[in-house]
Ligand binder design. Structure first.
Ligand code: T5A
Length: 212
């Protein structure tokens, strides 16, 4: 892998946690600190990845096999890394990504029950040594997130899952945070937006302070 010069920041969380709402603010804070930022998302981020996203989210494919879902996530991710993320990081651009592999551990691992060891094999194979430098997990009670998401749009294939699926997703995210406290910071996303953004700003400022 080429020499990585930029930082790789990911934002995670359950449905309707407020990722999209807060990504713009994070981008602005990073840019004000003098860093060029590429904003992108998963699944998606490239023409092929966005086509795979459509396959993954539409109800036409309800009942897709868990392994198919997992492999499509990593297929889109391989394209994203090769065409967009790694070239940007190599050029010194910071990459800000709405979801990444922690979402796979949370949704396909926690939610679908796929053994995390199988996910680890794909992670290593597709990403080699590349891992995010900083991850924010926007955490909130499931009912609050789903109510927010429902207000915004019709539920997609994931948003239509049952309560226990999202409970496992949330637990998996919180386990990731517990196991990687240096990289992963949990934000209480149930609070009013101003308070959520204040927590996020503190985390980003702390991260920037150690990057100097
Ligand atoms: N997925 C993804 C996997 O299963 N495995 C993987 O490996 C990957 C990468 C699509 C799906 O793919 C799955 C997970 C997902 O189900 P997505 O589109 O990123 O991924 O996921 P969503 O959770 O569907 O994204 P959303 O766009 O729905 O949610 P956001 O971005 O978290 O929430 P946002 O910002 O749109 O906010 C939702 C609403 O709440 C309001 C906003 O104004 C908006 O209306 N809001 C607040 N209201 C009150 N107080 C606050 N603090 C608020 N913050 C936001």
């Amino acid at each position: 892998m080429n020499e990585i010069k930029g930082k790789f920041i990911t934002v995670e969380g359950g449905e309707g946690a407020g990722k999209s709402t807060n990504l713009d603010m994070i981008k602005q804070v990073l840019e004000r600190a003098g860093h060029p930022v590429l904003y992108t998302r998963e699944p998606g981020g490239t023409p092929l990845g966005e086509a795979v996203r459509d396959l993954l989210l539409v109800h036409k494919h309800d009942g897709m096999a868990d392994e198919t879902e997992l492999l499509l996530m990593f297929g889109a991710r391989a394209e994203h890394l090769n065409r967009k993320i790694v070239p940007a990081l190599t050029a010194g651009t910071w990459v800000l990504c709405d979801r990444f592999t922690d979402a796979t551990y949370a949704y396909q691992g926690g939610g679908r029950g796929i053994d995390p060891k199988r996910i680890q094999v794909l992670e290593q194979w597709v990403q080699q040594e590349l891992r995010p430098d900083l991850t924010l997990i926007l955490d909130l009670p499931i009912e609050v997130g789903l109510a927010r998401a429902e207000k915004r749009s019709t539920p997609d294939r994931f948003e239509s899952e049952a309560h226990h699926f999202f409970q496992k997703v949330r637990e998996a995210y919180l386990d990731i945070a517990k196991n990687s406290p240096k990289r992963v910071k949990v934000i209480d996303a149930s609070l009013p937006l101003a308070q959520v953004q204040s927590q996020i700003k503190t985390v980003i400022d702390d991260f920037l302070a150690v990057c100097i």
